[in-house]
Design a protein around this ligand. Structure first.
Ligand code: 13P
Ligand code: ZN
Length: 271
């Protein structure tokens, strides 16, 4: 079997194509990394056949020997279906955690996303929360980014607004959204800030830039961003229509949490 015929590659290509069609990934915007199981990889690749070594400038030791499918830096999500072997790669983290062994893809000298520090540091933190964790997704959804200019960046306030804008939000992300300060992208510093937030929430907003999501599946990470961006789009429309005249009350949001068996992040609902 060929890598491109595997379930993981097919799902990755399909998800990236959907992200692009939704307008979340202009040009080379956004990146995606998927933790693969050894059996998924070894069915189609030999970890001994290393095409290239790629140095890391941060410590990935907690991920030693783990396999990932990653998107390449500077690669356009628009092109994933036509040029999957250039846009995507399969890598294994070395034993020492200081380099990657490229096993497949990233053709023509491509390298993994410049946001690898944020992705790998977030994978480390999410695996500590949930052994089934698999996905880190980053993209640039328009309305969520717009909200980071017009709305308070206080996590409790932005979470509350998103919960109010659509009934499904509290059920989909009861832990709310986290927000890091504006930090230069691609750095270890933004990786540390993002991953620290990932301990408590699967959605982390990068003001004036985009959003990160974590999930146990591509559908989970995609669905988190899709739901948050839908709420942000409703917020945009509500503001354009002149603002709220009524809303879902705190007590109704609390009832919603109880009905769906989720615990809303503390300190947001005043009941
Ligand atoms: P890469 O092309 O290196 O993945 O960067 C895109 C991006 O969104 C940076 O935040
Ligand atoms: Zn970005």
């Amino acid at each position: 079997m060929n890598v491109l015929n595997t379930k993981f590659a097919t799902e990755m290509v399909g998800t990236i194509a959907n992200m692009y069609r939704l307008g979340w990934n202009e040009r080379n915007g956004g990146n995606l990394t998927t933790l693969l199981t050894p059996s998924e990889v070894e069915e189609v690749l030999s970890p001994k056949q290393v095409l290239r070594e790629i140095p890391l400038n941060f410590d990935a030791k907690p991920l030693a020997q783990k396999f990932f499918m990653v998107t390449g830096s500077g690669k356009y999500f628009k092109n994933v279906e036509n040029a999957p072997t250039e846009v995507l790669g399969v890598v294994q983290v070395s034993e020492c955690g200081k380099k990657l062994n490229l096993l497949w893809g990233l053709e023509n000298g491509a390298v993994p996303t410049s946001e690898l520090p944020s992705h790998f540091m977030s994978h480390i933190v999410r695996l500590q929360q949930d052994e089934n964790h698999r996905i880190i997704m980053h993209c640039h959804p328009t309305n969520l980014i717009a909200m980071t200019f017009s709305h308070s960046l206080q996590e409790e306030e932005i979470t509350k607004t998103l919960w109010e804008m659509s009934t499904e939000c509290l059920v989909v992300f009861p832990e709310g959204v986290s927000v890091v300060p504006w930090i230069v992208p691609g750095t270890n510093e933004i990786g540390k800030a993002t991953s620290a937030k990932m301990a408590a929430a699967r959605l982390v907003i990068w003001p004036h830039h985009g959003i990160y999501a974590a999930g146990c599946s591509l559908d989970e990470a995609f669905g988190l961003i899709e739901t948050a961006e839908k709420a942000a789009t409703i917020y945009t429309a509500v503001c354009a229509q002149g603002g709220k005249k009524q809303t879902i009350t705190d007590s109704e949001l609390n009832d919603l949490g109880k009905a769906f068996g989720v615990v809303p992040r503390k300190g947001i609902l005043k009941i």
